[in-house]
Design a protein around this ligand. Structure first.
Ligand code: URA
Length: 222
């Protein structure tokens, strides 16, 4: 059993009754997030699909099975990590979340990150990667690097749905990114050290900000 973190429970209770955007109208459940609230690794997807909407748990469909498998390959189980999404309610018909929906919902993710306080944040696909890195470039350009990000390390990779659609090449790149995650967790790669393994200059973007007061971080994180 995981520890209960009251702040996170309160935030989940708030999300459960959230009506801040149109996605509340067709949702079955709010998919807030699951896993170890004290996890070192937090995984951020896009938004719930049909299965997730029915069960209230992130990544339980086909993408989730692949995610579990890839995590397993680097010795991580689902219960070792925390998994959440950019939007907590299913976009109808699995369409992309819209900018105003992301804007309305992103404070939940921001607060989740601050409460869980992971050392490594793994973004899956374009939506979470672009949001957190404040980037216009897509995941194909951004993946493969461990970024110094608000005193944490952010590792972007493809969304597992892309591997399910895109076949072997995407899957192999995801495996490379998983290996990078393993190395970051093991302390073998540290973008703050500016070492060769960390991807040197590329890994230093965006600039790490030292000693950010909580309020400043809250305002600027993404
Ligand atoms: N895709 C996501 O981005 N998140 C889920 O929870 C399930 C599928």
């Amino acid at each position: 059993m995981h520890v209960v973190v009251p702040e996170l429970e309160q935030l989940a209770a708030q999300a459960e009754v959230c009506r801040d955007c149109r996605l509340c109208e067709e949702r079955t459940t709010v998919v807030f997030g699951t896993g170890d609230p004290r996890a070192d690794v937090m995984i951020v997807g896009e938004g719930p699909g049909r299965e997730e909407d029915l069960q209230g748990i992130p990544f339980v469909g086909r993408s989730g099975k692949l995610l579990d498998q890839l995590l397993g390959e680097i010795g991580l189980e689902r219960r070792d990590v925390y998994i959440a999404n950019v939007v907590k309610c299913r976009p109808p018909g699995n369409r992309d979340p819209r900018p105003d929906e992301i804007d309305a919902c992103k404070h939940y993710l921001r607060e989740q990150i601050q409460i869980i306080d992971p050392t490594v944040v793994v973004t899956l696909g374009n939506f979470s990667t672009k949001l957190l890195l404040r980037e216009q470039r897509g995941i194909t350009k951004l993946r493969g690097v461990a970024y110094a990000w608000w005193k944490r390390v952010l590792v972007p990779t493809f969304h597992p749905a892309a591997a399910l659609r895109g076949g072997q090449r995407v899957l192999e790149q995801m495996r490379d990114d998983m290996e990078l995650i393993r190395q970051v967790v093991a302390g073998e790669v540290d973008p703050y050290a500016g070492s060769e393994e960390a991807g040197s200059e590329e890994a230093a973007e965006p600039e790490p900000v030292e000693h950010v007061p909580v309020e400043a971080e809250q305002a600027s994180l993404f």
